[in-house]
Design a protein around this ligand. Structure first.
Ligand code: 6PG
Length: 241
């Protein structure tokens, strides 16, 4: 695992730098394996990135018909609910692409046995290959994907997707689905995006030499088998040593 810290001036610069990383990873993956598997983060931070990816020049730079879009987590709400990550992705990315991706796998958070069903679809898409690029956000409580402080998901050893009860540390207090460390840590490249002063303490704990995953689940990326980068703005990075 390599861990890069990159402070960028603002959210727009983070989106642009992340788009560049994604375009580069996509070109490498398509050249090597004919397909680019991208795991999308939810929440608000990646929205600007997704809008950038679906606009020129990125819309043309990325070979979308060779891209598989996967999800790192989802809120258990209907797909048109304003809190739905797939709704945000549909509006910010999918709807604006000139050509559909090779595969689009939203999590159907409202379905019964949704975690097992998504895991089956994920295994069908990935086979023995790891995700090429994993996008993650960072909650002010130190969560990432939908793995919250103290979550049993941190100790998961075999399942790739689990259902998560409503978090008590951040809104919205609704059940979620999340990818788990056994899959997350296999990503060839992980990009963690964090902006704003509310992420200061969590980012400092995530990047500290020592700390507990149970307190700061985003520290799980330190177990990654691939390359890890944290992209953050000055407000989020203010508490870094
Ligand atoms: C979710 C996200 C979650 C998010 C962080 C940061 O479903 O909420 O996947 O892990 O990345 O909560 O959210 P913001 O980007 O909105 O601050």
């Amino acid at each position: 695992m390599t861990l890069e810290r990159r402070e960028l001036p603002d959210a727009a610069a983070i989106a642009s730098a992340a788009a560049e990383e994604i375009a580069r990873a996509a070109a490498d993956a398509v050249a090597a394996r004919g397909r680019f598997r991208l795991v999308l983060a939810g929440g608000h931070t990646p929205e600007a990135l997704y809008r950038l990816l679906s606009s020129p020049p990125w819309r043309q730079r990325i070979d979308w018909p060779k891209v598989a879009l996967l999800f790192g987590d989802e809120r258990c709400v209907p797909p048109d609910d304003p809190r739905s990550n797939q709704r945000m992705v549909r509006l910010a990315l999918l709807g604006a692409l000139a050509a559909p991706p090779a595969a689009y796998l939203p999590m159907d958070g409202a379905a019964p046995d949704a975690a097992a069903r998504y895991e089956g679809r994920l295994r069908g898409e990935l086979g023995d290959d790891p995700p090429d690029l994993l996008l993650l956000g960072l909650g002010p409580d130190g969560h990432t994907a939908s793995i919250f402080p103290g979550s049993p998901a941190l100790e998961e050893r075999s399942r790739w997707v689990v259902a998560v009860p409503p978090p008590t540390t951040v809104p919205p207090p609704i059940p979620r689905l999340t990818l788990t460390p056994p899959l997350l840590i296999r990503a060839r490249r992980t990009l963690v995006l964090a902006t704003g002063a509310e992420k200061q303490a969590a980012l400092a704990r995530a990047l500290a030499e020592t700390g507990e995953e149970r307190e700061t689940p985003a520290r799980l990326v330190r177990r990654s088998e691939g390359e890890v980068s944290f992209f953050f703005d000055p407000a989020a990075g203010r508490a870094l040593s």
